[in-house]
Design a protein around this ligand. Sequence first.
Ligand code: PLP
Length: 373
Amino acid sequence: MNPPEVPFFSAAGAALGVDLGACLQAAAGSGRYILGPQVQAFEAAFARYLGVAHAVGVGNGTDALTLSLRALGVGPGQRVLTAANAGCYASAAIAQVGARALYAEIDPQDMNLAPDAVQQALQEGGVAAVILTHLYGQMADVPRIAAACRAAGVPLVEDCAQAHGAARGGRKAGAWGTLACFSFYPTKNLGALGDGGLVATSDAALAERVRMLRQYGWAGKYEVALAGGINSRLDELQAAVLLAKLPHLDAANDARRAMAARYRAALADLPLRLPPPAGQDYVAHLYVVRTPRRDALRAHLAAHGVASDVHYPLPDHRQPVRANDTDEAPSLPVTEAACAQVLSLPCCPGLTPAQMDRVIETVRVFFDGKSPC
Ligand SMILES: *Cc1c(COP(=O)(O)O)cnc(C)c1O
């Protein structure tokens, strides 16, 4: 099969204009490959960018979630509240520490955890932590959810793996929670040339625990002082790439927002549910439309050379690995409907106006039946 004429991800675009070869050479020639000056510099720069006191580079976004829960002391017998439509990353981390996921319903508009559902679950009690994913790059109602968590004395972990640079009232995603987790998987808004992740927090004691847990639980070399440690470090090469790309993140997010605005203007009259207009609290990591005819639209796009994807087709509580769980399946009709209807259109740096035109025309033809001009 030929590669699609409109791809879902552009490697050239993801470089954000940075000379990656120079980064590779500098890192390769430095003689320091693990937890050296590049990691330190990137941690400091990213903490400053977010407006938090501490940033700890780790191996990937899922480890960032796992180590955050572990640093909070969440473990077996405890429950962590989260959404069931966010790709199972939070659920994997919750399982990794031996805790159980408790799923709350999402908001039908932004598809993030609904504040009322969070509040109700917190009132019922027995929640050890909340993981709040800013899905698709759209910030959740984090002011209300953070306030509810504070009132209940329950720590809030933000999953910002799709929301690098999003902000509400000038306060960045990642600066609201007790801890916040980032992934630098290559397709994210800030992506490495491989795996990478980070935990942000303004709590010095929690930051220190994550620092220890990412490296065997060491207090210092070869002294294991904290149980539950693993090996999950951001490496120098990835940190060098991320440090060079960070100054270009805001411009790249603006470009993504402009694409989202263009889609919105061109598709608004179709029987499609579109993301809300793009403000600073949306960094358009994904441009996700909803239609009951999702699978047919996706096949039509593929037949016309337009890549698309579904984020995510299976809610966490319907994943095969949960089949043996004794918990009754929760009733989450909004979550289920979202998973059945969501379709992600190409929206990434490097996408050309002509490619966007092609996506728009192809979607319009599906609904209007007119052929592209
Ligand atoms: C990508 C992603 C993760 C996982 O990050 P990895 O680096 O792939 O482990 C977690 N949460 C969300 C919302 C993501 O999009």
